[in-house]
Design a protein around this ligand. Structure first.
Ligand code: ZN
Length: 188
């Protein structure tokens, strides 16, 4: 399926306060989670999340996490993945939004840049994946996509993904927009 070209990209959230950077090596509950493949942006429950570009929703599900006798298994909560196409590089890429309390889009939906796709989930609920801090995990993926959920962390032992498939989202957006404005200048 050819994905839809997006002429430009925006940020997925209005107020950007980063609590964990792309590439950070993070530990939770004494456990090594590995290398962070996106950015965490602090935001209260119900803060609105927008599609960064024109695209097609390829994944929208709840991964609730679990509380058991052995402990808390944190997860994505609500997660949405949107496929986009870069008309200059002629390449597909994916934007990923995790810990959404509400999801307003489903698989197969076409979305516009800036379209409301969800809201941040409430602390320690299934919809935020049982995390204490209310936040959006936002990531950009350029690897092959097989209609499955993608990881939030790179773990060399689990061989769950390749680091080179993931980009620092804010640098990616900046470069994307400047590449496209340069191309437009060139065509004038
Ligand atoms: Zn994260």
């Amino acid at each position: 399926m050819p994905y839809r070209n997006t002429p430009k990209l925006i940020f997925p959230i209005n107020d950007i306060r980063i609590s964990s950077e792309f590439g950070d090596h993070n530990f939770y509950d004494g456990e090594d989670w590995g290398i962070h493949l996106g950015v965490d942006i602090d935001a209260r429950a119900d803060v609105k999340i927008f599609s960064i570009g024109k695209g097609t929703v390829v994944y929208s599900k709840l991964h609730p996490g679990e509380i058991s006798k052995i402990g808390i298994f944190r997860n994505w909560g609500g997660i949405v993945i949107i496929a986009h196409r870069d008309p200059i590089q002629k390449k597909n890429f994916y934007s990923l939004y995790g810990h959404l309390g509400k999801r307003f889009v489903k698989r197969g939906d076409r979305v516009e840049m800036g379209e409301l796709i969800g809201e941040v989930g409430k602390s320690m609920t299934e919809s935020n994946g049982l995390w204490e801090n209310e936040h959006l995990h936002f990531a950009i993926y350029e690897g092959p996509y097989h209609s499955k959920v993608l990881p939030g962390y790179y773990n060399a032992e689990k061989e769950n993904t390749e680091l080179e498939y993931w980009k620092d989202p804010f640098i990616f957006i900046k470069n994307y927009n400047s590449q496209i404005s340069q191309r437009r200048e060139g065509l004038k």
